[in-house]
Design a protein. Structure first.
Ligand code: ATR
Length: 273
């Protein structure tokens, strides 16, 4: 078997080993996938050791995605723009390559699994941290009609607008604070980490209308705090990030193995775990 792993800290709750084991049995690929907890101050040592031992590919999660990006010898264009990497592998001359499959993950979950085509939509993204930067490129590539980034720290939303200005029409991409948007959007994406502290991003309930699709990049067994808030304010379609998690994993599997697993049964299986 060929060895793959996810590296993070903490890592014990990661669903990636389960997802990739399901991909391996479904496709018959000789993939063995484990979890590695790297010391917070030595991600590069852990990654180097893994590849020196013959490891084929790594997924990278919190808090190491930016370090993985820095460590790599080369970056794919989508990783370059994301400023972070969730997928590492060695190329033919043993150089370390960084990729990022998170953006493809959310776009595919929305478009394929939930039937929400992003083209022409008016989108509100809440948050302007690493998670949001990681997905903006692939979202903008679908040509939404408008995309507003609202963040507690407005300067960070403005910085993202400058960074992605060439990926979109200038009029299309705008930044503001949470007090800015006060009318309903076609799609509202929560990309803040507020729920980790049990908080809600303080967006106006006016951004939610009966036809708004709401997407929380976080996931949990129960309805997420953000999605519950949206439902309480009249949303009828809310999705959490479990599908995104499985889709980013499937794209990594494709990068490593050249084969695309069927994600639907894996999402189903994880949902009922
Ligand atoms: P991640 O990798 O999850 O994106 P990050 O880069 O630290 O982590 O970004 C966290 C995001 O969640 C930021 O947009 C942050 O807002 P600030 O840029 O103003 O810090 C947002 N966030 C975190 N806690 C929040 C809270 N309690 N309310 C609103 N926004 C919050």
């Amino acid at each position: 078997n060929q060895l793959y792993a996810v590296v993070g800290n903490p890592i014990s709750h990661s669903k990636s080993p389960r997802i990739h084991s399901l991909f391996a049995s479904q496709t018959g690929e000789p993939v063995e996938y484990t979890a590695i907890q790297a010391p917070v101050d030595d991600f590069s040592g852990a990654a180097r050791h893994f590849f020196e031992q013959g490891g084929k590919g790594l997924n990278v999660t919190v808090p190491f995605k930016e370090q993985a990006w820095t460590l790599a010898d080369h970056r794919t264009p989508r990783a370059e723009k994301a400023g972070a990497a969730n997928t590492l592998y060695l190329d033919k001359v043993q150089d370390l390559v960084a990729d990022n499959t998170d953006g493809v993950g959310i776009v595919r979950d929305l478009q394929v699994n939930h039937g929400v085509s992003l083209k022409g939509l008016r989108i509100l993204v809440l948050g302007a941290g690493g998670a949001v930067r990681g997905v903006l490129g692939p979202i903008l590539a679908e040509q939404p009609a408008a995309l507003t980034i609202a963040n507690r720290t407005v300067a960070k939303a403005e910085a993202l607008v400058r960074l992605f200005a060439n990926d979109a029409d200038a009029a299309l991409l705008t930044a503001c604070g949470f007090d800015g948007p006060d009318q309903s959007f076609d799609l509202v994406i929560n990309g803040t980490s507020a729920s980790l502290q049990g908080d809600l991003p303080p967006a106006s309930a006016k951004v939610i209308g009966p036809d708004t699709v709401v997407y929380d990049m976080m996931y949990s067994l129960q309805t997420t705090t953000f999605n519950q808030w949206a439902l309480d304010n009249g949303a009828r379609r809310v999705y959490d990030g479990l599908g995104m998690l499985v889709e980013q994993a499937a794209e990594s599997f494709f990068v490593w193995r050249g084969m695309r697993p069927d994600t639907a049964p894996v999402i189903e299986e994880l949902r009922t775990d």
